[in-house]
Write a new protein. Structure first.
Length: 413
């Protein structure tokens, strides 16, 4: 338990330093320079590209963490095959996002192109971090996170000084993300594992993808119910309403750091304990669940009370006033999401990825339907409540499965 707390400390301390910097940039700085309407354009473009990119990740990050945590001598095999695969699939995702934006006809193509570039390099960076997590090198991940936030904020701020709009901001952010990935890749290949092209084989993909795909579908369904609302709001209600929603959403998104740290540290440890120590596995899961739920509830209560002050600090204009009510609704979703993240970690570690994918698929469909029904009558508030209801449905789907199942598993070799 002491090592788990130490690993959480490695992630918490650096994030506590740079997350506020990132949050101030992605809310206050962006809104002040580009205005709430252009901020809505930026939010929708990032949401679209995140969905496209997430749809083609195929669960490779989570699968790598789970499998390499058990057999670390397979790092080269996984990294060589799956990093290359993600590069190719991310390029396909960018092209797909551009095609969708062209068909929707809701904005300039350069904004989506730069959003795609940003998400492309973020995707590759996240796979490097999956390898750090599988080796429990959380101090290295922490250093990479600090570098990312500093360079992305610097690049985005510099670009906004030159041209205060969504396209310029995303271009500068992309440059910072590209530099971070390059530096992280150099460290990874020199200090941890090499990229060996001789290890790349169709046989590996044939064995690995059936196990990774349900995890990838689960991630896609999460992205759908977590990002579709912004795209639908921009299409149905316009950029200003999307900006109001995006401001509230960014606050709760920043708070996701809390369950993120818990799940990132718990997954490799729970994966290792799953087949070796049932009692320790169950004990660790319970502690993670109650600790995360309690901390999330306390954080949400504080932000709920301070919501008018927080929104006024970020944007004191009358246009931002609806964001207060939206934030308070989304805080309910944040607490439920924190609990569900621990449930997701449990199902992933215990090889219940098929059940996980089914629950999240149903939730994604429900979320889209709820948005279609609620947004026309309730605008952004409808999107916020659709998010809350979706999290309730996910929790209901997880509860029967949160136990340690018996049986064996297969993995790629």
């Amino acid at each position: 338990m002491s090592r788990i707390l130490k690993n959480m400390g490695w992630l918490a301390a650096p994030n506590a330093l740079v997350k506020p910097l990132w949050f101030i940039f992605i809310t206050y700085v962006c809104i002040r320079f580009m205005g709430l309407e252009q901020y809505g354009v930026l939010t929708a473009a990032l949401a679209l590209m995140s969905i496209c990119d997430g749809s083609l990740n195929l669960g490779t990050s989570v699968y790598t963490v789970r499998e390499v945590a058990r057999q670390r001598d397979r790092s080269e095999l996984f990294f060589s095959n799956l990093l290359v695969a993600r590069m190719v699939l991310s390029l396909v995702a960018v092209a797909t996002g551009l095609g969708i934006r062209w068909m929707l006809g809701t904005g300039a193509m350069d904004v989506v192109l730069f959003a795609g570039t940003y998400v492309f390099f973020r995707n590759l960076l996240e796979y490097c971090r999956a390898l750090f997590q599988s080796h429990e090198l959380f101090h290295v991940e922490a250093a990479s996170t600090v570098l990312e936030k500093v360079l992305v904020v610097a690049g985005g701020s510099w670009a906004l000084l030159l041209e205060p709009d969504a396209a310029a901001g995303l271009l500068g952010m992309s440059a910072g993300m590209a530099l971070t990935f390059a530096g992280t890749l150099v460290w990874t290949t020199r200090r941890l594992t090499a990229v060996r092209f001789d290890l790349i084989s169709w046989d590996f993909y044939r064995k690995a993808l059936p196990h990774a795909l349900p995890l990838g579908l689960s991630s896609l369904f999460v992205l759908l119910y977590y990002r579709t609302d912004s795209i639908m709001l921009e299409t149905m209600e316009g950029a200003l309403v999307t900006g109001q929603y995006g401001l509230a959403f960014r606050i709760t998104e920043a708070m996701i750091l809390l369950p993120y740290i818990a799940t990132v540290v718990l997954l490799p440890r729970m994966s290792a304990l799953f087949e070796s120590d049932a009692k320790a596995f169950s004990r660790l899961f319970r502690r993670g669940l109650w600790g995360t739920a309690g901390a999330a509830a306390m954080a949400a209560a504080v932000v709920w009370a301070l919501a008018p002050w927080i929104i006024g600090l970020l944007d004191g204009s009358a246009d931002a006033e609806p964001s207060v009510g939206l934030l308070r609704v989304l805080l309910l979703s944040f607490v439920l999401n924190s609990i569900n993240q621990i449930g997701t970690t449990h199902l992933t570690a215990t090889h219940q990825q098929n059940r996980l994918a089914i629950v999240l698929a149903a939730a994604a469909v429900a979320n889209i339907v709820l948005n279609l029904l609620l947004i026309p009558d309730f605008s952004a508030a409808g999107a916020a409540w659709a998010t809350v209801i979706t999290q309730v449905l996910i929790l209901a789907g997880f509860l029967p499965a949160l136990r340690r199942p018996s049986g064996t598993h297969a993995s790629a070799s």
